[in-house]
Design a binder for this molecule. Structure first.
Ligand code: AMP
Ligand code: MG
Length: 337
């Protein structure tokens, strides 16, 4: 009969336990890819194998969102819509358009998904071809108006010829939300997705809130550090895509009222529960400016905003304090110089 002494039994149990512990020991697993024309990184705290698999499925899902919302890709329903009109029959696009229209309404058109013709004349889709002629801007402005976009039973359409939809101000946030959903589905409870400034921090990192640095919009270093858990931190800025002419900066966020790039705010960070909503509002606040931006975010329950103005001032909504781990005011003064 097979007989193990008591000591041997203990040794076997200890070896077994340490094997199973090491198999599910949590460590930081991270991967970076290029998505939405920018670096996108996913970090999870999990077992090595489980973490890698979860990251793979999150990237796969985010890649699907990227292709579907890429207005330059022939396979995107938006590509065809922007060239030929007609309908978009896609529940997912309809949902994002619905959110975009809601933000458009609340921001009084500062955020406008029909800004496409303006982005075209400003060369935002190419290399940034220089300042367009006044006439071109006026012509494009006539085609802009989110009121002309309709949604009915998951169908997006417009009665206005020449209307184009660009969801670039909100789709990345949506992709981050979808990536997080995929990670949760894989059993992950601690993760950070950063898609070029569109961030979501899931759970905590070793029992502490995640720390998220906000890049100095005019140079090196972090302007501030936020501490968050289960929150999106999304930043829009005039330093992501721009060209300079005559000493002025022309960037990729266009004020649909003037037809020119927004001014006053150089960086807007929105913190809240959903990355898609935070993304749309960060773009909206860039256009709205300090006063109107603060007013609008006050109405958004659970959302806070932090702005840096072209004068080098830091402005924040009342509830932002709880997220601030560090604020580098010295850098703000330098920005002003
Ligand atoms: P974000 O980096 O989220 O602020 O998004 C910037 C992108 O949003 C631009 O590259 C355009 O595709 C799009 N966009 C620019 N201006 C506006 C606007 N006023 N409303 C909505 N989307 C805009
Ligand atoms: Mg945005």
């Amino acid at each position: 009969m097979f007989n193990i002494s008591r000591l041997n039994k203990y040794i076997i149990i200890i070896i077994f336990l340490s094997f199973s512990l090491s198999a599910c020991r949590r460590e930081e697993v991270s991967e970076t890819k290029i998505l939405f024309n920018t670096y996108c990184s996913i970090t999870v705290w999990a077992s090595q194998r489980g973490g890698e698999e979860a990251i793979r499925s999150a990237f796969e899902r985010m890649g699907e969102v990227e292709s579907k919302f890429n207005i330059h890709s022939e396979t995107s329903p938006l590509y065809r819509f922007n060239r030929e009109g007609g309908d978009i029959e896609d529940d997912e696009i309809a949902n994002v358009v619905k959110e975009a229209l809601e933000i458009a309404g609340k921001s009084k058109g500062a955020f406008d998904p029909s800004v496409y013709p303006l982005l075209e004349v400003w060369g935002i889709y190419g290399e940034g071809s220089g300042i367009p002629e006044e006439k071109q801007i006026e012509k494009a402005l006539k085609k802009v108006g989110y009121d002309n976009i309709s949604i009915e039973n998951g169908r997006v359409y417009s009665a206005v010829e020449g209307l184009g939809i660009d969801l670039g101000g909100i789709a990345k946030g949506y992709a981050v939300d979808e990536g997080i959903k995929e990670l949760k589905r894989a059993g992950i409870d601690s993760a950070l997705i950063d898609a070029g400034g569109d961030i979501y921090a899931l759970g905590s990192k070793n029992g502490r809130e995640w720390r998220i640095g906000l890049q100095n919009p005019r140079g090196e270093g972090n302007m501030s550090v936020f501490k968050v858990s289960d929150r999106a931190v999304v930043t829009s800025g005039d330093y992501h895509r721009y060209f300079e002419e005559g000493g002025d900066r022309y960037h990729h966020i266009i004020d649909p009222q003037t037809g020119y790039p927004s001014e006053e705010v150089v960086s807007a960070t929105v913190i809240g529960p959903k990355a898609m909503t935070a993304d749309g509002w960060a773009t909206a606040v860039m256009v709205m400016g300090v006063r109107e931006g603060l007013e609008a975010i006050k109405e958004m329950e659970e959302y806070e905003v932090f702005m840096i103005t072209s004068e080098g001032e830091a402005v924040s909504s009342q509830g932002l304090d709880k997220y601030v781990a560090d604020m580098n005011l010295d850098l703000l003064h330098k920005l002003d110089e």
